[in-house]
Design a protein around this ligand. Sequence first.
Ligand SMILES: *[C@@H]1O[C@H](CO)[C@@H](O)[C@H](O)[C@H]1NC(C)=O
Ligand SMILES: *[C@@H]1O[C@H](CO)[C@@H](O)[C@H](O)[C@H]1NC(C)=O
Length: 341
Amino acid sequence: MGRLVYVAFPLIISFAVFSLCQGVAAAAAPPHPNLQWHYYEFNTTCRYAEEYVRHQVKLIYDHDKSITAKLLRLVYSDCFVTGCDASILLDEGPNPEKRAPQNRGLGGFVLIDKIKTVLESRCPGIVSCADILHLAARDAVKMAGAPGYPVFTGRKDGMKSDAASVDLPSPSISWQDALTYFKSRDLDVIDLTTLLGAHTLGQTHCSHIVDRLYNHSGTGNSDPSMDATFRDYMRKLCPPKTKKGQHDPLVFLNPESGSDYTFRESYYNRILRDEAVLEIDQQLLNGDDTKEIIGEFADGFEDFRRTFAESMYKMGNINILTGNQGQIRQNCRFTNKGNPN
Ligand SMILES: *[C@@H]1O[C@H](CO)[C@@H](O)[C@H](O)[C@H]1NC(C)=O
Ligand SMILES: *[C@@H]1O[C@H](CO)[C@@H](O)[C@H](O)[C@H]1NC(C)=O
């Protein structure tokens, strides 16, 4: 089992259950003939690449637990747009992906740079930025309480990045549109329901929920699918309008686990109680199939953890580059040709 953030199709329940029980076992075969389990250990002279990555992630994680949410968002922003080619990391070009409005507030770049510097000093030119991003996210997810999942390695880095290619949906997207978007990347309703669980440790700007709190669909009222007590609590955090010069406040997507950045089943329990922050999260309760999956995750945290691993694995395999399709960047912010150093 395992999936991430945007899906919505009438799924046959038996499939959902089957998939849940298959767990990570379904992920046992390499996704691509040129990717390899522990590629750096067995096929390169950089035997300890994965250990170097884990060590650097741990150093950061010990004093900044928000790194898990940041890395998850980076993986999502990278993989869904032109595939898992580390294009999100590039500073190069007139308008790189990281400058797209949907990518506002992305973080974690400094950690990736740090890991790359360490790896280039130990074994220059061997470990791709695309693999570093996935290994680091996997390690951080594990530190935050979800299980590790297989990251097959050997990805190459892409050589272009253009904000115009960024079609990531806004956090205020509907559930149906999110599912359509996920399906366009070969992810399914389980992936969407599961990957949305990453909201258990994320934050969002009030601007994405003020309509829900004060003027839902132009009705002048709040979203009726939101518990009234919870709505009043959220209204205190998010005023109807931010005054000129005042910045758009950030709120935790799961008030119960947000500040400690750990994976919890409470994200799913809150949806069952009409206490989801984002409308897309609350809408998961509207589909028969998604409602079933939520009930399963709310009851069985292990199911969620394992499914999450599988969905991360699937997301990590979207349009990867191998062989001559890409390169190993020396600096994750620049292609080798554009590297100023
Ligand atoms: C890596 O090494 C293994 C064992 O030597 C080999 O079977 C495999 O084909 C190699 N993979 C790549 C991508 O070079
Ligand atoms: C609510 O939204 C509608 C449609 O966007 C708008 O016409 C109306 O003025 C809004 N009401 C308030 C109280 O802001």
